[in-house]
Write a protein that binds this ligand. Structure first.
Ligand SMILES: C[S@@+](CC[C@H](N)C(=O)[O-])C[C@H]1O[C@@H](n2cnc3c(N)ncnc32)[C@H](O)[C@@H]1O
Length: 233
């Protein structure tokens, strides 16, 4: 099967009815956290000067993103998650923890990347993206050339891309595409680098489920390479 030339979202946006706390967070907290429409100016997204901009794609219930945001109050964070229950959960967490450095996009992450200026991002997390294990669904995987090209444009040189999976087939798929992409360099020097989760990377809900089912996860860190200048002759 030929890979699609652009990404299309296939996941779910709605789940079980929200509990009252999350309903309230969705109605009263989330609106103030939403990204503005149109082109995004990182310097104008928060009410203060940020020292960097980090993005989490598919934050699930938001525990990893909230953890990072709480520890890096001068970094601005954008989280993109189409599943509305997840966005409600993160909004409730942001409210409870008083996180002022967080903006949420309740939908597919790819239009957010298209609205950001080049080299805007210093770090990107894609933790346990949907593995779409059936052969006929693999074209739905988000870690593929269309997304990597968007990241190559929006991540500045030296920026870090963190990706994790518990699915062996998706791991091979991601490694094949990431190592083939000229913009990214894998940082791993030894097996521990992909077998051990770094200390500044808390466990996600999806990862905890995999661990409890006896499945090991893999942690990948790639660096956005320097753009190579083509000499004019
Ligand atoms: C398997 S879950 C993992 C959630 C979380 N990262 C974790 O580790 O617990 C994958 C998440 O990616 C989200 N997702 C799927 N496609 C997406 C897209 N195009 N943009 C942003 N999020 C997406 C899904 O809604 C889902 O919540």
């Amino acid at each position: 099967m030929n890979e699609p030339t652009d990404y299309r979202f296939y996941g779910r946006r709605r789940g079980r009815p929200l509990n009252p706390g999350r309903r309230r967070a969705l109605d009263t907290v989330l609106p103030a956290l939403l990204l503005p429409d149109g082109p995004l100016d990182p310097a104008a997204l928060f009410g203060f000067d940020i020292e960097d901009l980090w993005l989490e794609i598919g934050f699930g219930a938001g525990e990893h993103l909230a953890w990072q945001a709480a520890r890096r109050p001068r970094v601005g964070f954008i989280g993109a998650e189409p599943y509305i229950n997840g966005a409600a959960s993160l909004a409730a967490r942001a409210d409870a923890e008083g996180l002022a450095n967080l903006r949420i996009h309740c939908d597919d992450a790819t239009p957010v990347l298209d609205r950001l200026p080049g080299r805007a991002l210093g770090r990107v997390f894609i933790l346990f993206p949907d593995p779409w294990p059936k052969a006929r669904h693999r074209h739905r995987r988000i870690v593929a050339r269309p997304l990597l090209d968007r990241l190559a444009r929006t991540m500045r040189e030296g920026a870090e891309l963190r990706v994790a999976t518990d699915h062996g087939g998706y791991l091979d798929w991601m490694l094949e595409r990431l190592t083939a992409h000229s913009a990214f360099a894998w940082t791993a020097a030894s097996a521990d680098d992909w077998r051990q989760r770094p200390a500044d990377w808390p466990e996600t809900r999806y990862e905890a489920k995999a661990r409890m089912a006896g499945v090991k996860s893999t942690y990948l860190r790639f660096i956005r390479r320097q753009a190579v200048a083509i000499p004019v002759v």
